[in-house]
Design a protein around this ligand. Sequence first.
Ligand SMILES: *Cc1c(COP(=O)(O)O)cnc(C)c1O
Length: 793
Amino acid sequence: MFSDKKAFQESFKKRLEQSYSISFQDSTRAQQFVTLSNMVREHISSEWIETNERYRKGNKQVYYLSIEFLLGRLLGQNLINLGLYETLETWLADLNIPLDELEEIEPDAALGNGGLGRLAACFLDSLASLNLPGHGCGIRYKHGLFEQKMVDGFQMELPENWLRYGYVWEVRKSDLSVDVPFWGSVDVIERKEGTKFRHVDAEYVRAVPHDMPVVGYGGETINTLRLWSAEMSTMTPMHDVLKYKRETEAISEFLYPDDSNDEGKILRLKQQYFLVSASIRSILRRFLSNGGELKELHKHVAIHINDTHPVLAIPELMRLLLDEYQLSWDEAWHITERTFAYTNHTTLSEALERWPIRIFKPLLPRIFMIVEEINERFCKRLWEEYPGEWGRIEKMAIVANGEVRMAHLAIAGSHSINGVAWLHTEILKNREMNDFYQFQPEKFNNKTNGITHRRWLLKANPELTSLLTETIGDGFQKDAAELSKLAPYADDSAFLQKLWDVKTKRKEILAKRIFEQNGVKVDPSSIFDVQVKRLHAYKRQLLNVLHILALYNKVKADSSYQMAPRTFIFGAKASPGYFYAKRIIKLIHSVADLVNNDPATKGLITVVFMENYRVSLAEDIIPAADISEQISTASKEASGTGNMKFMMNGAITMGTLDGANVEILEQTGPDNIFIFGLKAEEVMSYDKEGGYRSMDYYHHDPLIRRTLDQLVDGTLDDKGLFGVIYDSLLGENDQYFVLKDFESYRKTQEEAGRIYAEDQARWRKMMVNNISGSGIFSSDRTIKEYAKEIWNI
Ligand SMILES: *Cc1c(COP(=O)(O)O)cnc(C)c1O
């Protein structure tokens, strides 16, 4: 289909006309996009079939269970991975169709909130690109993450609708549907050979799989992402049909708009069980139909649990092995424990999932029984290890105080537990999960996160990709470790100039987009200082915006104050129910209004908030950044992956020693990164002692005092909007150490500005050292570690 230009063009036109009954001349970009994408999907179908055939012949398979997959757009990435991008770009150009305009038509598949969901998407890309047998299992939410619309500086949430025109990449497989039971009760049948259990009077929900191809680089391997959609089942008698329909379809209607703070909602628990029950049964079905022996399951199947949301997969596999396949408890547990591995993503205690028994037990009666049994046996083992230590055992129990603790269930039922960056894993082992680490140290390991360089470099930044290719060859495109070949060019002034030109080009492209979207003119020769990520108190967008306000005050107070012109760029969605985060978004807008419209700072400080942050917007912003803001309160960010994307695109990190920033520093060395603020140890010991006295910083630092006063004195608004922020810093003792880190941040920012303005050679060298050191953060490296050390594939 794509081997001959004439044939392609003919077939493309013909299909367009036949699908839409429209002449080629009159066809729209949307119709062209759909037609091209369908051709690509058909093109890969034989490789897809072949990949599945290959897997049937006994390879160990990995299933990555995740409640989120933040995929973004697929057309461009698939073409790059198939090696077809440039060819089709020219062939389409001949027909007066710009390929990038077709790409713009595709809606982002935003089935995730942020880092956790994006990690899952990067992992799928790496698995396929490394020709590894790894598949995703998730939910096909009808509406992905909400669309953010800014109205007068306030965030409005609109329902997202990625399926509006049908989705070109999925294949619906109704014949592989599975019925998932909820409610009902458990029948206990005493038999000679033992007690049997049966889940009766359940209400069923039909899980219908929609398969998406995951195209590996080079096009040899096409793995599968299976997303389940909830529909009415024919197994449930129809009493109140409308109610049943509504409740059923609700399960795959919306993605929960928060990845760190689940409210105790039955629907969320239903989503979790729906995902795992459908996935585990489809995994078993496939395994058995290929002639697998159940008792050998763990030798042929590895199931990975991305955070605690899919943890019910553990009791669900137990249920199937016990109730449907009649294995003994010990046999079933032996298999289960060796099949599962679990990744922890956070140490924030408010994000640790716990389900009240009063919700859990009626919804999932048989699963609850099994969880209780797992708990009992687990506690018995603890009792043998720590006789008499009631306190310790109660702390570690899976069911206690009227709740099911999902992280404890994950630890008990998995053979591997990993953190996502060195520091995070250390904190898990030595603090948050120390009891479990003492009990079973061999289970714990670290797998530092990564990003797929195919999206975040090859796709997002073709200009830089070309420059790198002409400089060090194209080996890095396949193997990101080859980026280290760039290191010697840190002193090559001709190369440095070209690198600078690429960065400038990308800043011009972004400046154009900012003007179109925000109506603000930004200067591409100013420093592009960027913070884009979910809005959360611990990520400290507040520190950034207070620094901008302070900088503004400094310039106003002292007209001789020298600074390199700066453009501060923000992008962030706040969870709809997270009032404080939304107020910070408003604050960013108010500061932007003040600063952008004051002649005293015009051209010197510009603040831009780009609405609706998402993968495709990130692909435009990140290549244009000079400074990457990674300023979370130390110890709070498990890894961060945004930090890696920026580094790979030649931005310099302004960061705390938190998450993977620690390892970024290790790669760049201290001269190529800006580190400031409290260390994790310091934060944790303050936390232990109940914080620090933030009021002292207000009293002793006139700049802080002046800046904080402006939150409440009418400078920014006359309705008292920001009192809540003022109070969080002074009244509530500044839980995230914003004021404590403020002066250190301000000074480090000043230093960065000085180097950019006065020592451009040094800055360019820093850029090179970041790019050349970023190869280790390719998710290919991460996935190779998972494959070897956890999955054994
Ligand atoms: C990478 C990415 C994230 C994660 O960013 P962090 O800075 O690590 O929090 C969130 N959202 C999108 C759209 C991303 O691409």
